[in-house]
Design a protein around this ligand. Structure first.
Ligand code: 5GP
Length: 192
């Protein structure tokens, strides 16, 4: 049996991470997904418990205090964190679990975990990113500006990741991500 592993996925808001992930899970249905706990307001169309558990700041701070998070970060004024238990369970069962987090969270995971590899989804350009964020119409202009600032800082740290997948053409990006996961499965230290 292959050993379990954590797949860290990061990339700026608007890089198309969610769409890439959705397609990837269709091709690799055994992959587990880590549901983050977050304190931002729910957007239209989001379902509690699907990608995120929407909780209060008090609930989040109690998770921090009780050491129930693998990592967490404050992003644009809200808490985002990865609950520890489901990740540990998946790895113990020899599964692959994907955590979609920001670059600071990724740095924290690298410090605390050994069984992982990391992938950064890169938009084709900063201009395309701006167009996507404005075009999706889910955030106010001032939030978009904040997200663009974060995006610039995140893109400057792409070299901290093991792999970079450029999301220019969606299905090429998905295929590249799948190939990375399949190659990682053949690594000797995942098998022996
Ligand atoms: P959004 O509000 O657009 O859903 O997410 C904002 C940012 O938070 C994204 O970069 C996303 O990857 C990141 N994020 C989502 N879940 C987590 C998490 O559990 N931990 C950390 N550190 N970042 C997260």
């Amino acid at each position: 049996m292959n050993k379990g592993t954590l797949i860290i996925l990061a990339g700026p808001s608007g890089s198309g991470k969610d769409t890439v992930m959705k397609e990837l899970f269709k091709l690799l249905p055994d992959l587990k997904f880590s549901i983050s706990s977050i304190t931002r307001d729910m957007r239209e169309g989001e379902v509690n418990g699907e990608k995120y558990n929407f909780i209060t700041r008090e609930e989040f701070e109690s998770m921090i205090e009780n050491k129930q998070l693998l990592e967490y970060n404050v992003y644009c004024g809200n808490y985002y964190g990865t609950p520890k238990a489901p990740v540990e369970k998946a790895i113990a069962e020899g599964k692959e679990i994907l955590i979609e987090i920001d670059v600071n969270g990724a740095e924290e995971v690298r410090k605390n975990c050994t069984d992982y590899f990391s992938v950064f989804i890169m938009p084709p350009s900063f201009e395309v990113l701006r167009e996507r964020l404005v075009g999706r119409g889910t955030d106010k202009m001032e939030v978009i500006e904040k997200r663009l600032e974060e995006a610039k800082a995140e893109m400057a740290r792409a070299n901290e990741f093991d792999y970079i997948v450029v999301n220019d053409d969606l299905m090429t990006a998905v295929q590249n991500f799948k190939t990375i996961i399949e190659a990682e499965r053949c690594k000797s230290d995942r098998i022996l």
